[in-house]
Design a protein around this ligand. Sequence first.
Ligand SMILES: Cc1cc2nc3c(=O)[nH]c(=O)nc-3n(C[C@H](O)[C@H](O)[C@H](O)COP(=O)(O)OP(=O)(O)OC[C@H]3O[C@@H](n4cnc5c(N)ncnc54)[C@H](O)[C@@H]3O)c2cc1C
Length: 437
Amino acid sequence: MKPELVIIGGGLAGSEAAWQAAERGMKVLLYEMRPGTMTDVHRTGDLAELVCSNSFKSGDIFNAHGLLKEELRMLGSLIIMTADKNRIPAGSALAVDRSEFSKMVTEVITSHPNIRLIREEVPEPSFETPVIIATGPLTSDKMAEGLRKSIGYDFIYFYDAISPIISAGSIDETKVFRASRYNKGGDDYINCPMSRDEYENFYNAIMSAEKTPVKEFEKIPYFEGCMPVDALAERGMDTLLYGPLKPVGLRDPSAGKEPYAVVQLRQEDRFGQAYNMVGFQTRLKWPEQRRVFRMIPGLEEAEFLRYGSLHRNTYINSPLLLDDSLRLKKTDNIYFAGQIVGVEGYTESVAMGLIAGISATMHIRGDEFIPPPATAAIGALLNYVAAGGTSDFQPMNVNWGLLPPLLRKIRDKEMYRKKLVERAIKDIEKWKTQLKM
Ligand SMILES: Cc1cc2nc3c(=O)[nH]c(=O)nc-3n(C[C@H](O)[C@H](O)[C@H](O)COP(=O)(O)OP(=O)(O)OC[C@H]3O[C@@H](n4cnc5c(N)ncnc54)[C@H](O)[C@@H]3O)c2cc1C
């Protein structure tokens, strides 16, 4: 078989991309290095192995994760259809029997007449045949080095240092003030002022909060610029006052003076629906982040769109490198898919595999690829990685803050979400007809 498309990496994204392309008649050559060469977390040679949890998160369509899955179902995702077939009871979450799930994906891929699977590590990207690089967060060292050489040392990262993101509507505006440090840059930041007592209580809560244990392979050489807020706190009571909580240059207009400490929130998306907690990358467990960060004045009711984290993760600076078909800009045959494009999570990685599989196929066939609508979860996520929210690009999971707001104001939160979901489903239906799916 002379391949028309090469896919490197048979994880969640690579398997999805291979299926999407093969179902459209492409001759696909899929490389997977396991079981001959393993990563630090994979345990089997199966394709689409779930490396940690056996859950694809919420199945509720009125949850952003559930909506993304529903869209993927509508778009004929192999991974989500296989997850549905191997579903086990887990409340509203879509959890699967991990072993049966991966075995079934492997069986479907290896028996597909248009897919040939080769069990080999690809040491560096080869750009002769159109290629989708889907080597994941634990891309092999050789491939990572090859990518560094071809896309540039400054555009590939090996660790995430992620700060939590909060929905704008959940911030208590009466307790915060808008300003930039030393008034440089207008009212760009939301500032949460703290008194000495508030700071000390907060500090003690951080110190005693439960942290995620760090696995051997995830031991991270911290750079000062991305030190976790809890690691900084361990250096002493006042360290945070010279770091992410420093108050200098910020005058609280209601008190008429500089507060004792300040937490700054920076706008995350172009619609101003989401705010990033500046410098709050953290190892605190998720429930602890919710408990401790809600002690910050103004954030008592904070809705976390994304929690903070710090872990091993290979990803590229997609907003600079990729176009809205996940193709490397200025090339016509190199695509990226999965977590490596800067998304977080199983379903998100699958979504980026589905897009790359479809877009590569369409380009190879000489057809125009129209990206999915940004009003749908899959389009919003693609839009985030291709257009990027901020200058310092950080990986993102799917969340409501990524979707453009409705033009019509609706006060009731449930009704608002319902309308967002209706719009997304309608627009995905329309997209399918545009793509003649
Ligand atoms: C430790 C860890 C735990 C995680 N836990 C969760 C979780 O619980 N829930 C969640 O939603 N997300 C989780 N994620 C994030 C992410 O969703 C998963 O990593 C997901 O599997 C990413 O999909 P992918 O297809 O991009 O990468 P992968 O599924 O990892 O697939 C990449 C594949 O490429 C292969 N490969 C790598 N280099 C080469 C090469 N040079 N040549 C050939 N093959 C190669 C690998 O063997 C692998 O099979 C976790 C990530 C990590 C690192």
